[in-house]
Design a protein around this ligand. Structure first.
Ligand code: 5GP
Ligand code: ZN
Length: 113
């Protein structure tokens, strides 16, 4: 845990968020500035700054499997969805706690910007 990390503070329920799924290891909540009808952020509860610092394959796998499960409950599993991890400033990472964006509910063009 990192005391001043925004997402760690959401994990500790110090900052409100619309939580869509929670288990022992992961937390998923709606993005405050959604870029698609479904825009959920899925994070490991343990603080890891970015994919560059991640070393636990099980923790990473749990986050992806949680995203897949949420895609089903959000009703976008069959129409299509995108899972994105922005890493570093050049890719637009603004919160330094690794997170998977789950986006869906509208057509998603490729390649992303
Ligand atoms: P990044 O740009 O690091 O890949 O993604 C960070 C995401 O966190 C952004 O999509 C942004 O809208 C979202 N975000 C930033 N602050 C908050 C917050 O306080 N609550 C929630 N739910 N999302 C946030
Ligand atoms: Zn954190």
């Amino acid at each position: 845990m990192s005391s001043d990390c925004l997402f760690c503070r959401i994990v500790r329920h110090e900052i409100p968020a619309t939580i869509v799924r929670e288990d022992e290891h992961t937390l998923a909540f709606r993005d405050i500035d959604p870029k698609a009808p479904t825009h959920v952020l899925v994070i490991p509860k343990t603080h890891v700054a970015s994919l560059n610092e991640a070393s636990d394959p099980t923790a990473l796998g749990r986050v992806l499997l949680a995203a897949r499960e949420i895609a089903k409950t959000e009703g976008i599993a069959d129409t299509g969805y995108r899972t994105v991890i922005n890493t570093g400033a050049g890719a637009g990472q603004t919160v330094h706690h690794v997170h998977v964006h789950l986006l869906g509910g509208r057509p998603l063009s490729w390649p992303p910007g």
